[in-house]
Ligand binder design. Structure first.
Ligand SMILES: Cc1cc2nc3c(=O)[nH]c(=O)nc-3n(C[C@H](O)[C@H](O)[C@H](O)COP(=O)(O)OP(=O)(O)OC[C@H]3O[C@@H](n4cnc5c(N)ncnc54)[C@H](O)[C@@H]3O)c2cc1C
Length: 431
């Protein structure tokens, strides 16, 4: 019988493991942390439950909906978000909700739409933004937000990832929205699901409930010729087939024989890291929206959401919570810097009126090395060099950081499932 290994117990690794089982193939899944779930994991502090970043499910894929709803009861939210920019709260997306803005700002935005440049030369995301919204709007809102969310300037990014994510209104809609507040909700998802209890992780917890998923197993080396994986606890496991959902740059770092070109290409794959700042409040507060985006540069978080609005069970009775997300490129900050950022962020959120200092019951800051894959102009070229080498060596990759794509949880799930099907087909052809 062939020995099948999956590296990483996030949603992609767990989906691969489950799919292999459905295909009648046994496998072992190795997760470096003491808990499965990766970015889809949840954690608890003092009776408050938090996720790692916002996390709501807006999948349209029945295969994913079925797995999620078989795991837990869920709440359905309408995707109503807000923006905070320059002291103003604006319904999301700004381009379709101008009504509350000062007249001068509305006029500038409308002029921006009317005078937008021709869309004939789109070389990068900045060109795309200018062509859709005009210079004033592009610079004031999405380009400013890009620096906070993606950690790079919009001209460094490509456009393949945009899809439905950015709403582009016709001029008529922009004009209507400057007079009336009753604009359509144009968010790209029509509903968002969230578990009643247990945080986002409850959607996938049952996938991890098997003895074949092993925790605290950090892969540190792969001998791709001998087909052996080394773990940090000294274990060496031989395999016939390997699916990796670990971040590509880390996998390449651990390969024994990859040449300079592969290592350099992996080194050029860029992503943001993140800090999540979780705040438990000792009373029930109401917030402007389930989540909101912050454009101001002097407030570090790019987005804030309320876990207790996602589910009241995420906070003890009579209490509420918020979580702020800070993105950056570069390494982890020192403990002192982390503490300063935690306190500075709380002060800023107090200054915009979300809660007061006396309301804070718990506060926590956590570092996430891998947040968003940066879809820059050279991503395709570098990703190809790395994945071709892995493929030549029989290593199948899956998931957000295994495929190195800007995947939502459902896409990561399906990527894991696909990897398992590829492997199943290879096994069946050999036997
Ligand atoms: C800011 C943010 C917000 C998001 N919001 C949403 C949302 O609202 N809705 C949505 O659907 N999706 C959302 N996503 C996307 C979603 O989190 C990802 O698509 C998904 O969690 C990726 O799953 P994965 O299994 O591919 O990767 P991961 O979750 O990263 O899992 C990889 C696993 O591999 C393990 N691992 C890594 N290295 C090793 C090693 N050397 N040895 C062993 N194990 C290892 C890790 O510990 C981890 O558990 C969001 C992502 C971010 C960053």
């Amino acid at each position: 019988m062939e020995r099948n290994i999956i590296l990483g117990g996030g949603i992609a690794g767990l989906a691969a493991h489950q799919r292999l089982k459905e295909n009648g193939i046994s496998s072992k899944c190795y997760e470096q942390d003491g808990q499965c779930g990766g970015l889809c994991a949840s954690f608890s502090i003092g009776g408050f439950t938090f996720d790692k970043f916002v996390h709501l499910s807006f999948t349209k894929e029945d295969a994913v909906k079925d797995v999620f709803s078989a795991s837990t009861e869920y709440i359905t939210h309408q995707p109503e978000a807000m923006n905070y920019a320059d002291g103003m709260w604006i319904r999301h997306p700004v381009q379709n909700n101008l009504c509350g803005l000062p007249v001068k700002e509305k006029v500038e935005i409308i002029k921006s739409f009317v005078n937008k440049p021709e869309a004939d030369k789109i070389g990068n995301y900045e060109d795309w933004l200018r062509a859709q919204y005009g210079d004033y709007f592009a610079e004031k809102y999405p380009m400013r937000y890009t620096r906070k969310y993606w950690g790079v300037h919009a001209d460094e990014m490509g456009t393949d990832w945009v899809g439905e994510r950015m709403f582009v209104p016709e001029l008529e809609k922009v004009l209507y929205s400057s007079f009336v507040t009753s604009t359509d909700n144009v968010y790209y998802a029509k509903e968002m699901r969230y578990p009643v209890k247990g945080g986002f992780y409850a959607f996938i917890a049952q996938l991890a409930d098997t003895d074949d998923v092993l925790l605290n197993k950090k892969m540190i080396r792969i001998d791709e010729k001998e087909k052996k994986v080394h773990f940090s606890d000294g274990d060496i496991v031989a395999y016939d087939n390997l699916i990796s959902t670990c971040p590509l740059p880390e996998v390449v770092d651990c390969l024994q024989y990859a040449d300079k070109a592969v290592r350099e290409a992996a080194g050029r794959l860029k992503c943001t890291s993140g800090y999540i700042i979780s705040i438990g409040l000792n009373k029930q507060k109401s917030f402007p929206a389930l989540w909101f985006y912050i454009y101001d540069e002097d407030i570090l978080p790019a987005r804030v959401h309320s876990p207790s609005m996602k589910s009241i069970n995420n906070a003890p009775v009579g209490k509420s919570s918020l979580q702020a997300e800070i993105y950056f490129t570069g390494g982890k900050w020192t403990e002192k810097q982390e503490e300063d950022i935690l306190n500075q962020t709380i002060s800023k959120l107090i200054s915009i009126g979300l809660f007061s200092e006396d309301d804070v019951e718990i506060k926590d800051i956590r570092y996430m090395k891998y947040a968003n894959v940066i879809c820059d102009q050279v991503i395709d070229k570098n990703r190809k060099v790395v994945t071709e080498y892995l493929d030549e060596n029989g290593i199948i990759t899956a998931g957000r950081f295994g495929e190195w794509r800007y995947f939502w949880s459902d896409q990561s799930f399906l990527s894991g499932k696909r990897a398992a099907d590829v492997l199943s087909e290879r096994i069946s052809k050999r036997n």
